[in-house]
Design a protein around this ligand. Sequence first.
Ligand SMILES: Cc1ncc(C[n+]2csc(CCOP(=O)(O)OP(=O)(O)O)c2C)c(N)n1
Length: 628
Amino acid sequence: MRVLETVRGPADLKKLSPQELTDLAAEIRDVLVETVSRTGGHLGPNLGMVEITLAMHRVFDSPRDRLIYDTGHQTYVHKLLTGRAPKFDSLRQEGGLSGYPSQAESEHDIVENSHASTSLSYADGLAKAYRIRKEDRHVVALIGDGGLTGGMAWEALNNIAAEKDLKLVIIVNDNGRSYSPTVGGLATHLTALRTNPRYEKILDLIKKNLGRTPYVGAPMYEVLHGVKKGLKDMLAPQGMFEDLGLKYVGPVDGHDRQAMEDALSKAKAFGGPVIVHAVTQKGFGYAAAEQDEEDNFHQMRPANKPRGWTDVFAEELVRIGHRRPDVVAITAAMMNPTGINQFAQVFPDRTFDVGIAEQHAVTSAAGLAMGGMHPVVGLYATFLNRAFDQLLLDVALHKCGVTFVLDRAGVTGDDGPSHNGMWDMSIVQLVPGLRLAAPRDSTRLIELLNEAIDVSDAPTVVRYAKGEVFPDIDPIDKVGGLDVLHRSGTDVLLVGIGSMAATAMDVADRLQAQGIGVTVVDPRWVKPVDPKLIELAPQFKLVVTIEDNGRAGGCGVMIAQALRDHNITTPVRDFGIPQQFLDHAKRPAVLQQIGLTGQQIARDVIEAIAQIQGTEIDEPAAGRPGGA
Ligand SMILES: Cc1ncc(C[n+]2csc(CCOP(=O)(O)OP(=O)(O)O)c2C)c(N)n1
């Protein structure tokens, strides 16, 4: 029987012998490699977390003590040790285990948000609550060196340091990498420590010499301790933490379970906030991951990836870079995933990886624009949420020409609620002067990216979906800025936004088959609303908008408002993502669940037209959660 099968919860771990724990670590690595190769997900980070997680669960008493994982992508080992091993096969599958912590799954999970750099703030609040309620519980926050590059983490540290009696242990899992190597001054500090052999050698020497000086042992120790501290300050980052008033333990080999347990026990006994600095290797124990240069298998990559939206953007940005020496690129620790890496290879001096620091990225872009450059900020759509105020007041108020390229917009699916890009088109609607483009295919992405970068006196946003780029849909006509994609009548004006233009074409076919006349347009630029769209609308019985964004405050709502403002009474039906946190599943399954497919939209539109015409038709009246 494998040791893993005997572990039904953390209590079982405490009974295991050192040998059994070593065997368990090997078994966990086998399960990780075998499962994640099949399901996809975060392999490298979890391979690096095996011993740390074992130590966390042996030293602390979850769920009484609270374990918080920053971002949460490194919790597969935690899942395996907290009763979820039998279901681990279902990782990231519809109805199966989430790829992140989940309160619904386990009492051992508390924070589910997968946006980085939040763990220390949650931990600060939880520990303060337990102190006020006089509950004797520890809070443990695990944060990577990547997570630690986010400003929020430092805001939290600043506050935690002032609370001398908080029972709070911060484990820094320092593997030197986010996706790519972690950047910035802090990362340089951590690397200096990790890679400097002098430090441990000198400490060894001190220890040995101490043993040989019997009478002066104690005073000598003080002197040498001073020396040690001075040395550490020179080489290590704890000077920085200690200056803040935080106790520092480390560096500890994060793959030495016993050493980790010793360090955590010491930290637990201290009774105030402590930082335990664990040094690990991403992908540890699996040669293919350890040696992978791109990202140590941070996330499993499919073997034959079809040409995606990111590839089209990446190649075009390089072409633009040659033509426009003022164009610079900024990424927030997502060099490869956003495609900025291709620009970086050609223009390293014009590329800035700022760490997981979206807020800084955006205001730094404003500064670059004020200094005569045209920044292109590459982000996942969901992470723009982080930098709304910076976009609004630092960029837009100052009329800075900054282009935001939002990848993974719309339903992304597998990574669950916090990774869906379903807020961007709503929040950017609030920004005066900002122009928003949603390309429907690769030709339009190239066109719109160029048009966006030509705007020098306002922010522009270009947003597109995750994964494979859709086949081109060529326009049959152009009306103002609108592309007309289909024209068979004037019953319904279908406005297909971005990747939903393909769905609009599907709807059009279905409506036409029912004898309903349809025109499909793609506005390309969706903010501001194109005046030609306002001119066209009164010619139709119904305007239908389809977008891959939350319905609240989205493009459909803005189009309806523009029509009202012009006293146009044509009814509008807006289809988009319902304002819900969507459980993880594949994108097509999520779209089906929320009613955002050609079939479901066509059914609703047929009903709406029937109502408008005052006639009843034989269509099943099923629910339409995504419909208007
Ligand atoms: C606000 C935010 N921006 C970007 C990301 C994307 N992201 C997920 S994991 C990760 C790297 C995390 O690095 P680190 O904290 O060191 O953890 P590791 O994977 O190395 O264990 C990034 C950038 C995110 N989750 N949240």
